[in-house]
Ligand binder design. Structure first.
Ligand SMILES: Cc1ncc(COP(=O)(O)O)c(C=O)c1O
Length: 423
């Protein structure tokens, strides 16, 4: 069941009216549903448990980059989620939200020495390493501090995961991971370094993957590598399968089911005695959030009917960055008997690319009306900026039908207080 429904012709988030949210927080504002986050997490966990069995060790390590608000991470922490983090900032957020360090994996292609040290001190479960150079740096830091760093290499399997090129990470022309062909020699070398303890294998081939085939190809390579490493005498306790589960942003996008994904995992790894780690981000958070925005004005120019709203590409970058399609709906239910107009929803930023949706069929939309941009819970607020000297907009979560402000609006006055003119 959706957590975003019309009740008496007004969009509600769970049982809270979008109009009440606007009254309390003004627009634009990100709105998340706690119960949707919980349901999403549980659905994935249940699908995996039902295929793999209760006893197969696993860890769902929510990928914090998708939505890093500590309130969101905390909701997942209460469900025993772990965290996948890619910076010391995300590590600090995960810890602040209550995630125990032994449930945290540290990924990312450019971890600095300071970040490696912080994660080492924090006792994270595993470092997902991206290069030999990073391995050597980590070993050096671990030895200096008399510690052992648990590591996995992120393997780049050279697989085209489909989807947008800017979020495909498993190809040979991307910066991610070490080549599959160099994996064995990399593990052999890692074993010779003091301060390094090999614990796993890691892979992440991309995001918003809507077909199972790329996963199957990648998983085959992981199994092959696992067998090779075990034969060579390496210790592999964890297999991290990354994130990437796609979501249906609109009716034109169909995706595999969680059951199908879990069956594939079972088929490939069910008989391997390792903890399986999953790093879902988008799947957990995307459809748990909307971006609520207000119409500033209607504008017609040549053959175009524009609706200029108060949200813009600085608040939600995905349409401009990835040509991502986010459905836009009216907070007041549309009268389906009236003729529909083909609108372009645009923001106030001085960029031609500040288009939130190129084609939205609505009717009777006028100044002051509220619209909701759907599936905005993942890679939304985290990518926002203050471009054009706009505010960083607030985030709220609806929990038990209460409106909770989980990030206050950060205003131009706040930003100005960090700037100064030299004397
Ligand atoms: C290493 C890693 N793990 C997990 C994820 C989460 O991916 P998704 O949000 O598609 O599940 C990402 C995002 O691209 C990532 O880079």
């Amino acid at each position: 069941m959706s957590n975003f429904n019309y009740i008496n012709e007004i969009l509600h988030i769970d049982n809270v009216s979008a109009l009440d949210i606007e009254k309390k927080c003004k627009t634009p504002v990100y709105v998340y549903s706690e119960s949707r986050l919980i349901n999403n997490f549980k659905k994935l966990e249940d699908a995996l448990t039902s295929k793999l069995g209760e006893n197969h060790p696993k860890l769902i390590a929510y990928s914090v980059k998708a939505n890093s608000n500590i309130a969101v991470i905390n909701v997942l922490n209460k469900l025993n989620s772990g965290a996948d983090v890619v910076s010391s900032g995300e590590l600090k957020r995960a810890i602040k939200a209550g995630i125990q360090s032994e449930r945290i994996v540290f990924s990312g292609v450019g971890k600095t020495a300071d970040e490696l040290f912080l994660a080492l001190q924090s006792n994270v479960l595993q470092f997902n390493l991206e290069s030999i150079e990073e391995l050597e740096k980590l070993s050096e830091i671990a030895v200096e501090n008399n510690m052992m760093a648990p590591i996995a290499f992120r393997i780049n399997p050279d697989i085209d995961a489909g989807g947008h090129e800017k979020i495909a990470t498993g190809g040979s022309n991307t910066k991610f991971g070490i080549p599959f062909s160099q994996a064995l020699e990399s593990y052999n070398y890692a074993k010779t370094l003091s301060g390094i303890k090999i614990v796993g294998i890691d892979i992440h081939i991309g995001s918003q993957i809507t077909e199972l085939d790329p996963f199957e190809l990648a998983f085959n390579k992981v199994v092959l590598l696992y067998n090779t490493l075990i034969t060579a005498g390496h210790n592999i306790e964890n297999i991290d399968l990354g994130g990437g589960i796609g979501v249906s942003y609109d009716k034109t996008i169909s995706t595999f089911s969680l059951d199908e994904y879990a069956s594939l995992v079972k088929k490939k790894f069910g008989s391997i005695d390792c903890k399986l780690i999953f790093e879902p981000g988008r799947y957990i958070a995307a459809d748990a959030g909307i971006l609520l925005t207000k119409v500033i004005r209607n504008k017609e120019s040549y053959d175009n009917c524009f609706i200029v709203v108060d949200a813009a590409m600085n608040d939600i970058l995905r349409p401009a960055l990835y040509d991502a399609k986010h459905e836009v709906i009216s907070v007041k239910e549309i009268n389906k008997n009236k003729e529909f107009v083909d609108y372009q929803i645009v923001g106030p930023i001085c960029e031609t690319g500040d288009i939130l949706n190129k084609k939205v069929y609505l009717n009777s939309i006028k100044e002051g009306d509220l619209l909701a941009i759907k599936h905005a819970g993942a890679y939304g607020a985290v990518m926002s900026s203050q471009y054009n000297s706009r505010d960083l907009i607030p985030e709220i979560i609806v929990a038990n039908n209460n409106i909770n402000i989980i990030r206050k609006r950060i205003t131009i006055e706040d930003f100005l207080s960090y700037e100064s003119i030299p004397e």
